[in-house]
Design a protein around this ligand. Structure first.
Ligand SMILES: Cc1cc2nc3c(=O)[nH]c(=O)nc-3n(C[C@H](O)[C@H](O)[C@H](O)COP(=O)(O)OP(=O)(O)OC[C@H]3O[C@@H](n4cnc5c(N)ncnc54)[C@H](O)[C@@H]3O)c2cc1C
Length: 440
């Protein structure tokens, strides 16, 4: 089955929704696809207990009213000469385009530490997403840890669903977080959001310079998490809990951009990063003709940056350059906020040394840190140990190893996700197979 659009948008988060609506407003035939069953992306993920925020409802209504065709549960798995190979619950599809906008968002950075694979431990945004979709958390004792404002948002969601949030353990020092808070005066909407989050978390301790060193499971309850060891300015102490939600910030999803050959960069002149983002110009064009990128894929910038970038990319992809240029000052302002976040929540070097030699690094394939000794790069380690060959295709362990300075990230290869063989059989050009399909 083949479909064709003037403008195709990958990712129906805030950036993709804005891009689709902007492109459609110029009369383009627009397709908006997402692996998820509903639009909204991460921040506007459907919550079984709560109505979507007004801005989310408006964005979804505007997109539908503009005549955008939403392709739900469409996961892009490979790039083809004239389009994308997409897997759906019904089978494979080829989706062709005149212009393509990548709004593939971000994922959490998870860093391994002793005990991090115990049942009861998830990413901070990961637990937030599970709970929004109905995971029972009421009455559970939850510690939230890692770094960045997402910890507050996750903790507020968990509390709203009845969790007993024991504390938020932020790795950044108090001085950095306070300096960040002072800067919020230049972004009044952000300041209001932060105050409202703190109000929703009244009574929950917010500790700085705090790192979860290890997690411990109960011998009487299937090794489920029962306690964590936290290191802070006062030393180390133990905290009993049922869940730990721990995430060390976000990193851009660039794998599809990589497959398409888009140029990537690591960090900016102001801050270095172990994780690449897509390079774009003022009209959000990537280095590949007719391919644009918007939102977190261009570097972690938050909701407001994602929305304005979506608009710019949508206008530009539909040929409305003036409308795109008019939004550039707004984008520049939001990107300044992103730089502020990166600076004040930079990772403390202590979090790079959390894993012990026997700590599991690749949880899909049970590979420990010491099993990677002696390999010169990620690919050599992968071929010999299967590290990164499991269901997540290295999205977790590969990013963690890059962050701790062990290996740089290896390039993306099709298929981007594990897929059915019937989908692979329908590829227009047989993609070079990933190692696991070759039976290594
Ligand atoms: C787990 C998590 C929780 C978050 N929670 C909050 C929060 O509570 N508050 C907040 O302000 N910010 C939150 N953020 C940050 C938030 O992601 C951004 O600020 C904002 O949503 C970015 O919008 P976006 O459109 O760029 O990306 P996203 O919202 O991430 O949307 C990207 C979309 O692309 C889709 N996609 C990616 N690759 C493919 C593919 N190959 N095929 C098909 N579809 C694909 C994804 O399914 C997703 O729906 C969270 C981030 C994460 C990772």
């Amino acid at each position: 089955m083949t479909a064709r659009f003037d403008v195709l948008v990958v990712g129906a988060g805030p950036a993709g929704l804005a891009a689709a609506q902007a492109a459609a407003s110029h009369g383009a035939r627009v397709g908006l696809l997402d692996a998820q069953p509903r639009p909204g992306g991460q921040v506007w993920r459907h919550d079984v207990r709560k109505q979507a925020p007004r801005a989310a409802v408006a964005a979804m209504q505007q997109t539908a009213a503009a005549g955008v065709e939403f392709l739900a549960q469409h996961q892009v798995v490979a790039a083809e000469p004239h389009g994308l190979l997409v897997e759906t619950p019904q089978g494979a599809r080829h989706v062709h385009y005149g212009a393509l906008i990548l709004a593939s968002g971000a994922r959490e950075l998870l860093l391994p530490f002793p005990g991090w694979t115990l049942p009861g431990i998830t990413g901070a945004g990961g637990l937030q997403a599970l709970v929004k979709q109905g995971w029972p958390i009421a009455g559970k004792r939850v510690a939230v840890a890692g770094t960045g404002p997402l910890l507050l948002a996750a903790a507020a969601t968990l509390r709203a669903h009845g969790a007993q949030v024991l504390g938020i353990f932020e790795q950044a020092p108090a001085a950095a977080v306070n300096a960040f808070a002072r800067q919020l005066l230049h972004w009044p909407a952000r300041a209001v959001q932060a105050i409202s989050l703190r109000a929703r978390l009244a009574g929950v301790p917010y500790r700085f310079g705090s790192i979860v060193r290890s997690a411990h499971g109960s011998e009487h309850d299937n090794h489920k998490l029962c306690a964590i060891e936290i290191e802070d300015t006062r030393g180390r102490h133990r905290l009993e809990c049922d869940h730990l939600a721990v995430g060390y910030g976000l990193l851009p999803n660039v794998e599809l951009a990589q497959l398409l050959g888009c140029a990537l960069a690591y960090g900016t002149p102001e801050y270095a990063s172990a994780h690449p983002h897509v390079i774009v110009d003022g009209l959000l064009r990537t280095s590949v003709a007719d391919v644009y990128a918007a939102g977190e894929a261009c570097g972690i910038g938050g909701l407001a940056a994602a929305r304005v970038e979506g608009l710019i990319a949508g206008h530009a992809a539909a040929g409305a350059t003036d409308a795109a240029i008019a939004l550039q000052p707004r984008r520049a302002k939001e990107r300044r906020f992103a730089a502020l976040l990166a600076k004040h929540f930079a990772l403390d070097s202590r979090v790079h040394d959390l894993a012990a030699p026997q700590t599991m690094i690749c949880r899909c394939e049970d590979v420990s840190l010491s099993a990677l000794d002696g390999f010169i790069d990620a690919r050599a380690a992968k071929l010999a140990t299967r590290c990164g060959m499991g269901a997540c295709q290295g999205r977790i362990c590969g990013s963690a190893l890059a962050e701790i300075g062990r290996f740089t990230r290896s390039g993306a290869r099709p298929p981007l996700f594990p897929i059915r063989l019937s989908t692979l059989a329908q590829a227009e050009v047989a993609p070079p197979l990933s190692d696991e399909y070759r039976g290594h």
